[in-house]
Ligand binder design. Structure first.
Ligand code: 5GP
Ligand code: ZN
Length: 114
């Protein structure tokens, strides 16, 4: 989608620090990390957020979570753990309207997510 920052990152027209890539999924470091390891995991195809993933597209969610498995292993955090967050819409403060999952790791996190 034109004018979508993450679509532009997928095209390589804005640089990113890639952590993982396959034919459907891209993961890159968040520009403003909230934790020592903060990676954004996105589908290469544009979806606005989880509400935009319809029945016919549901496999992309499995693809993303398979990628998350590989990223956890690649970054060596599969034993210590990590947190996955996807902001959806206004109240969650979604800033980039391209589906993404925050992969947070690298230290003990608080017990709450808000
Ligand atoms: P949201 O608030 O939409 O869930 O998260 C958007 C995330 O994208 C934020 O954590 C923000 O730091 C990150 N971000 C915004 N612009 C860029 C960018 O140009 N490059 C990278 N790597 N991350 C970005
Ligand atoms: Zn997009």
């Amino acid at each position: 989608m034109e004018n979508c920052l993450f679509c532009i990152i997928v095209k390589g027209e804005v640089p990113s620090e890639k952590v993982y890539e396959d034919d459907k999924v891209l993961a890159f470091k968040d520009i403003n990390p909230a934790t020592p390891i903060h990676v954004l995991v996105i589908p290469k195809k544009h979806y606005e957020n989880v509400l935009d993933v319809k029945e016919e597209d549901k496999e992309i969610i499995a693809d993303i979570f398979q990628a998350i498995n590989k990223i956890a292993e690649k970054l060596g955090v599969e034993k210590d753990g990590f947190r996955i967050i996807s902001n959806c819409g206004k109240d969650a403060g979604q800033e980039v309207m391209h589906l993404h999952f925050h992969f947070l790791a690298g230290g003990k996190m608080g017990p709450k997510i808000i």
